[in-house]
Design a protein around this ligand. Sequence first.
Ligand code: ACO
Length: 380
Amino acid sequence: MNRQEEVELKRGLRGVYLDTTESSNVIGDVGRLIYRGYDIHDLAERSTFEEAVYLLLNGRLPTQAQLDAFNTQLKAASALPAPLLDIIDRIKHAHPMDVLRTAVSALSAFVPDADDASHEAALRKGVELTAQATAIVAAHHRIRTGQPVLAPDPSLNHAGNFLYMLLGERPDEDTTRLMDKDFIVHLDHGSNASSFAARVTASTLADIHCCVASGIATLKGPLHGGAAEGVMKMALEIGEESNVDAYLEQKRADRERIMGFGHAVYKAEDPRARHLREGSRLLAEKSGDPKWFRILSKVEERMAPYAERGICVNVDFWSGSVYYLLGIPEDLFVSIFALARIPGYVAQVLEQQDRNILIRPLMHYVGPMDLEYTPIEQRG
Ligand code: ACO
């Protein structure tokens, strides 16, 4: 296309419908999120992560027998190949997201049918990756802190095992349930940047390890998954409830964004925030350390006028404080998001593959044309 011709530009693909999906529905103006027809509030209150993953990947809630078989499949997959632990050990000082992305890529070397991108193979490998990724994040943290890597405890569920393998203590029922809810609400979210990246990769018929690695790479940035870490950094920087107003005033004067607010689609409160706000409140009460909950509550209260501009609290605002109060180091926050989102990538990759079309938008070239090539010795 000639640069003089007019094109309809949609920068960032904002407002563009890419395809149809049956996976999740983000209703931004009223703050609703649906997985396969079920409201996430219902799923967060009444289901488990394992059930919600089964739903997302298979399109319907499992029977007890199907759920039992799925749990067995997940648990069987969580042992990591020994050479992978060596790789993690070699790169243990890197950011946990870099370690996760690298380890997911490396795992394809241990899968006999790594190149098989069929629906059945991608689904099986996707379920395995869901379990393996959890073991990777936990193992990396144990290795980098000089602690032994723990095998999963078969008596614990997925969320409980994650906390156990990471922190070395079997979590109580409330804590396990909170982690479970956190995983459920992060599972899938329409055409978010990282799921879109996974879809683009899938559209080339690349295998599932490539697709999930693309998703993880894209999730790392602070405008996407990295915000939870930013929120807790902000709370620590604020330090005391009495500093909140001055802190926000300074941010406003510097025209800096407040982490944990605003969303590309939600112009009302992010429905996921509710469950984590409540979790944060309960944890603060239980631990007898209400300081961070109070600071963040005050930030949320003072940010209320922004709602008029559609800048409302998002999921990351409260998830960071939940992880912090669970004793999880801040650089692991975005990895936890990734662990929950991996089955979401898998669901969207399967959907893409089942009705594939190569995703290939256009770029409107606005650079110069017809320049004359100058030999290198004549360039000034
Ligand atoms: N604090 C202050 N102002 C904000 C914020 C914020 N958190 N978010 C948006 N704005 C303002 C922008 O400065 C801009 O103002 P202007 O028009 O005066 O320049 C206006 O709102 C629109 O901003 P955009 O970046 O165009 O809006 P977009 O919808 O693209 O932003 C985003 C979405 C990237 C999430 C943004 O709100 C942001 O940077 N938030 C902070 C980071 C964050 O919390 N990310 C997590 C997102 S949720 C998730 O990934 C799970």
